[in-house]
Design a protein around this ligand. Structure first.
Ligand code: FE2
Ligand code: FE2
Length: 391
C-alpha cells in the first residue's frame, strides 16, 4: 500500500482517543469512575484460545533464558519483605515531597494558588492531600497489577508459541504476588483504598476486549508495564519508607522481565505484519499512552477532597517539577516502541513516522535513545543480588 493511502486511512486523534485536543480538561474529567459499590466488573474477551501441538522450543534462546531466569528469581511476598516495620505515613509523604522538590521545607506547592480554592490551604490540608494521593497511587498500582494478572493469563491462552506460554505462566505467578503485596501494603500500612481510575479501566477493558493476541502484549507488557516500571523506579528513588522501598525493588525486578518478554515477542511477530497492520499497532500504542497520561490528574483524589479541580489544572500543568516527573514516566515506553520499529514504521527513510509525531505532541520523544528493556532485567534482579550478598 502506498504511503499516501495509509495516511488517508489513519484515524485522527479524535477517532482514537475521543477528543481533538489531547490536553482538554473537560473531556478528561468527563470520564468518571464506575459505581464504587460494584465489586465485579465484566469484560467480554473476544480472542480465540489457541492450543499448539508443536512442543519444540525452537530458536527463541533469549525467551528461553528469560524463562529460566523467572524460575530462579521467585520470591515470597509474605516472607521476603519486612512487614514487621511500622510505616509513618506522614514522614513518608514529607520525605517524598522533599525528594521531588529539592529545597522544599514544607508541603506547600511551588506555584501560585492564591486565586483558587486552595488559597487558604496550609500544611494540614496539603498533608491530607499528600496522604490521599499516596492512597490513590498505590491503589492504582494494585488495580494495574490485577490488570497484568488477567492479561497475562489471557496470553497463556492466546499466544500460539509453546515457549511464550511457558514464560507467560511464570508471569501469572509474579502478578498474583504483586497484587497481593500492594493490597497488603494498602490494608496494613496506609489509610484508605480508591477504586480503579476511569482512564486506567478503559485501557484495561480495551486490551482484554481485543481479539488479536499480540495486542495484549502491546497494551500490557509494553505500555502499562513500561509505565509501571518507570513509576516504580521513580517512587523507589524518592520514598524514604524502607518497607515500600524493598517492595518496589522486588516488584521492579519482575517487571523488567515482563517488559523484556513483550519486547522479545513483538520484535519477532511484527516481522510478519503488513504496513497497515503495524499502523493499527501504532494507533493502539498512542491510545494507551494518552489513557495513562489522563490518569495522572488523579481526579478521584480531588473529588474526595471536595475541590473542583478544573480551575487548578492549567496552574498544576505549569509546574516544571510535575512536567519533568510525568515525562520520565515514558522513559521506558518510548525506547521500547523504537526498538519494535513503531516510531517510524510505514514511512520512507528520512521521513517522520506517525507515532514519532504523536510522541512529539506528548513531549516525550526525547527518551527514544535511552536503553530499551530487552536486556535490563539482568541488572535489576533483586533476588539474585540479595542471594549473592548473603553468600
Ligand atoms: Fe506486576
Ligand atoms: Fe508485570
Amino acid at each position: 500500500m502506498a504511503e499516501t493511502d495509509i495516511r488517508a486511512k489513519m484515524r485522527s486523534n479524535e477517532e482514537i482517543v475521543g477528543r481533538v485536543d489531547l490536553d482538554d480538561p473537560e473531556a478528561i474529567l468527563s470520564v468518571t469512575t464506575l459505581d464504587e459499590t460494584d465489586v465485579v466488573h465484566i469484560v467480554k474477551d473476544n480472542a480465540d484460545t489457541i492450543f499448539t501441538w508443536n512442543y519444540d522450543k525452537g530458536e527463541r534462546t533469549a525467551l528461553d533464558k528469560l524463562y529460566e531466569k523467572a524460575k530462579t528469581s521467585q520470591w515470597n511476598g509474605q516472607t521476603d519483605l519486612p512487614w514487621e516495620l511500622d510505616v509513618d505515613v506522614e514522614k513518608s509523604v514529607r520525605g517524598q515531597n522533599a525528594a521531588i522538590n529539592p529545597g522544599a521545607t514544607d508541603l506547600l506547592p511551588p506555584f501560585d494558588v492564591s486565586h483558587t480554592a486552595l488559597a487558604n490551604w496550609g500544611d494540614k490540608e496539603y498533608l491530607e492531600l499528600g496522604i490521599e494521593m499516596q492512597n490513590h497511587l498505590l491503589s492504582q498500582f494494585m488495580h494495574g497489577e490485577q490488570g497484568a494478572l488477567v492479561c497475562t493469563a489471557k496470553i497463556v491462552e492466546t499466544v500460539p508459541w509453546i515457549d511464550a506460554k511457558y514464560y507467560a505462566a511464570t508471569q501469572v505467578v509474579d502478578e498474583a504476588r504483586h497484587v497481593e503485596v500492594f493490597a497488603k501494603y494498602l490494608d496494613e500500612k496506609l489509610t484508605g483504598h480508591y477504586p480503579i481510575n476511569a482512564h486506567l479501566r478503559m485501557l484495561l477493558d480495551d486490551i482484554i476486549d481485543d481479539s488479536r493476541w499480540d495486542m495484549t502484549y502491546l497494551g500490557m507488557q509494553i505500555m502499562v508495564e513500561g509505565l509501571a516500571l518507570a513509576a516504580f523506579g521513580l517512587m523507589y528513588q524518592t520514598t524514604p519508607e524502607p518497607l515500600l522501598k524493598k517492595l518496589l525493588r522486588y516488584v521492579m525486578s519482575d517487571e523488567a522481565r515482563h517488559v523484556a518478554f513483550g519486547v522479545l515477542t513483538l520484535q519477532e511477530y511484527y516481522q510478519e505484519l503488513s504496513t497497515s497492520e503495524i499502523r493499527e499497532r501504532q494507533e493502539f500504542a498512542f491510545e494507551a499512552a494518552v489513557r495513562m497520561r489522563d490518569r495522572f490528574l488523579q481526579q478521584e483524589v480531588w473529588q474526595r477532597m471536595d475541590v473542583d479541580m478544573r480551575p487548578l489544572i492549567p496552574i498544576i500543568r505549569q509546574d516544571p517539577g510535575r512536567i519533568l516527573f510525568q515525562q520520565l514516566l515514558f522513559s521506558k515506553i518510548v525506547p521500547n516502541c523504537k526498538k519494535l520499529g513503531l516510531l517510524d514504521a510505514g514511512v520512507p527513510e528520512g521521513q517522520k513516522g506517525w507515532l514519532r509525531e504523536r510522541f512529539e505532541e506528548m513531549d516525550v520523544i526525547q527518551f527514544e535513545d535511552l536503553v530499551d528493556t530487552g536486556e535490563e532485567y539482568e541488572s535489576l534482579d533483586a533476588v539474585a543480588q540479595d542471594r549473592s550478598a548473603e553468600d
